[in-house]
Design a protein around this ligand. Structure first.
Ligand code: ADP
Ligand code: UDP
Length: 238
């Protein structure tokens, strides 16, 4: 399947139409943004690392019964996906407190949530991705009640699967963000799962192995992403 016309250019990926109107090619670029796009830099090889990381995770989730947009990886940086009608809402699960919840509610980083905490954010950089509730999602027509219930269910299922998988390789899955869309009437997981959209802490040292290394200027960003991938047994093309 060939990438034809550029459909849209996001902050980290570009989406291209293909000969099949149900399929898109997503190209993972090296652009890395933080603070809702206020800072953008190039991190060499990040696109290739995240594409291959994402392909591994999406396959794992599919094997475990989560419907995903993933079809096949086309190259180091490109993936073929089902074209979804995206729902402009970010579904976040937190197993421990970090990032925005620490600032918003003044809790200590690392505070455990059991059961995990589910939060929703509107995908809107101009408004700094404000937190919303399921009532806003329904009232503004971003998704209906059944769709919202399905996104909640799938996000928590994904958390159970991935938390166990990372735990097996000595990493704590602190939190992560998922995006969903509609494909012929079904709610399907879209976008990506990579260290850009989750928090992973080493279980023995507490070291951060995710995008917080970039946000907090800790250095060694790609080295950390690669280390997580190697622990999971991902073999890179490049
Ligand atoms: P952002 O939108 O935050 O700048 P990206 O650079 O990752 O993020 O851009 C990817 C865009 O593609 C996002 O808007 C995302 O919602 C959208 N997208 C991801 N997967 C699909 C899909 N399967 N079908 C249609 N759009 C998708
Ligand atoms: N996240 C993301 N994209 C966003 C906002 C958050 O991928 O636009 C991820 C982030 O990497 C973290 C989780 O969602 O793993 C929760 O993010 P948080 O609300 O703490 O916001 P942050 O402080 O990371 O901006």
């Amino acid at each position: 399947m060939n990438a034809l016309e550029l459909l849209y250019r996001g902050k980290a990926k570009s989406a291209y139409l293909t000969e099949d109107q149900d399929l898109l090619v997503l190209k993972f670029r090296d652009d890395t943004s933080a603070f809702d796009g206020e800072i953008i830099v190039q991190l060499p090889e990040k696109g290739a690392v995240n594409n291959q990381f994402n392909a591994f995770i999406m396959s794992k989730l599919s094997e475990n019964g989560i419907p995903t947009h993933y079809v096949e990886r086309l190259s180091a940086t490109d993936v073929l996906v089902k074209r979804l009608d995206m729902i402009p809402v970010e579904c976040v699960v937190r197993n421990q407190a970090a990032g925005s919840i620490v600032r918003r509610l003044g809790v200590e980083e690392g505070m455990a949530f059991d059961p995990p905490l589910f939060e929703l954010f509107l995908k809107n950089d101009a408004l700094n991705d404000p937190m919303v509730t399921e009532h806003h999602v329904e009232a503004f027509g971003w998704a209906n009640r059944h769709e919202m219930a399905r996104m909640y269910e799938l996000t928590l299922e994904a958390n159970t699967i991935l938390k166990g998988m990372f735990d097996n390789v000595g990493l704590e899955l602190v939190d992560f963000k998922l995006e969903f869309g509609r494909f012929h009437g079904e709610i399907v997981l879209g976008d990506e799962f990579s260290p850009d959209g989750c928090r992973l802490w080493d279980k023995s040292t507490g070291e951060k192995k995710d995008k917080d290394r970039f946000r907090q200027n800790l250095g060694g960003v790609l080295e950390a992403y690669r280390e997580v991938a190697v622990r999971l047994g991902i073999v890179f093309d490049t």
